[in-house]
Design a protein around this ligand. Sequence first.
Ligand code: NAP
Ligand code: GCO
Length: 266
Amino acid sequence: MVSFDLTGKTALVTGAAYGIGFAIAEGLAGAGAKIAFNCRSQKNLDAALAAYAAKGIDAHGYIADVTGEEQVASLIAQIEEELGGVDILVNNAGIIKRVPMTDMTAAEFCQVVDIDLTGPFICAKAVIPGMIARGGGKIINICSMTSELGRETVSAYAAAKGGLKMLTRNIAAEYGKYNIQCNGIGPGYIATPQTAPLRERQPDGSMHPFDEFIRARTPADRWGEAEDLAGPAVFLASPASDFVNGHILYVDGGLLAYIGRQPAGE
Ligand code: NAP
Ligand code: GCO
């Protein structure tokens, strides 16, 4: 019997104060998981706890920066004390800086890579020993279209997300024998605060040019919603995916499969 049931499991979703992480945490909770999440801002944490409660989810929130090894070690210890060990880790926390590469400082480049790639390494390294001790676990890394494709102004982000694809495969390779499955989710273009600058109305009231660019490359002809990612996350967090390892599941409305809308009349 295929099981998507997460009852009795504890999930840590990093950066799940809002956006994709919040939607994934909500989906995992709906499948029975206990939810822990972290972010850096107390204001965001407080607002998130209220939002989870409004949805009937008893989420446990913690202030922790995923780039801090000591902060993450303390986070995992707190979760183990309060909720039992982390059975499911979703490495979701991430930032982006949209700057032409030759204008980007090395410090800016490193900040993006630290959060988007080193952070997932630190968090995975912190939870794997406990997963091994308990007979297995699930790690889901939130990758990106830029794990496969480049575009102007996102060099640091694409380097980090491309690296995260290979970190996903390497964790699968190194720890699969301990019944740990490490997979990625590669969202397409999703309507969250992170992409708000790409969707904002222009002074004349028209849509941002990027909106048409993305919709013309997405067969679904729409931006994704954060909720579109919840089902794929439940699948990769559940026993239903126990023989799926090192896979990047793209949830992109077909973007990677599509050359782009052809000119009218062709
Ligand atoms: P978002 O709306 O900007 O939310 C990012 C979350 O991460 C916030 O809760 C933020 O809270 C937290 N965060 C940022 N840096 C952190 C750090 N160092 N330590 C702990 N928490 C941190 O982003 P999103 O659109 O939901 O994206 C979530 C993930 O999906 C990211 O990895 C992003 O790269 C990826 N993604 C997004 C899209 C998209 O189109 N939106 C597509 C593909 C992939 P604080 O600021 O309070 O820490
Ligand atoms: C950008 C967007 C993308 C999305 C996502 C696409 O500026 O191109 O922010 O990077 O966030 O990563 O999968």
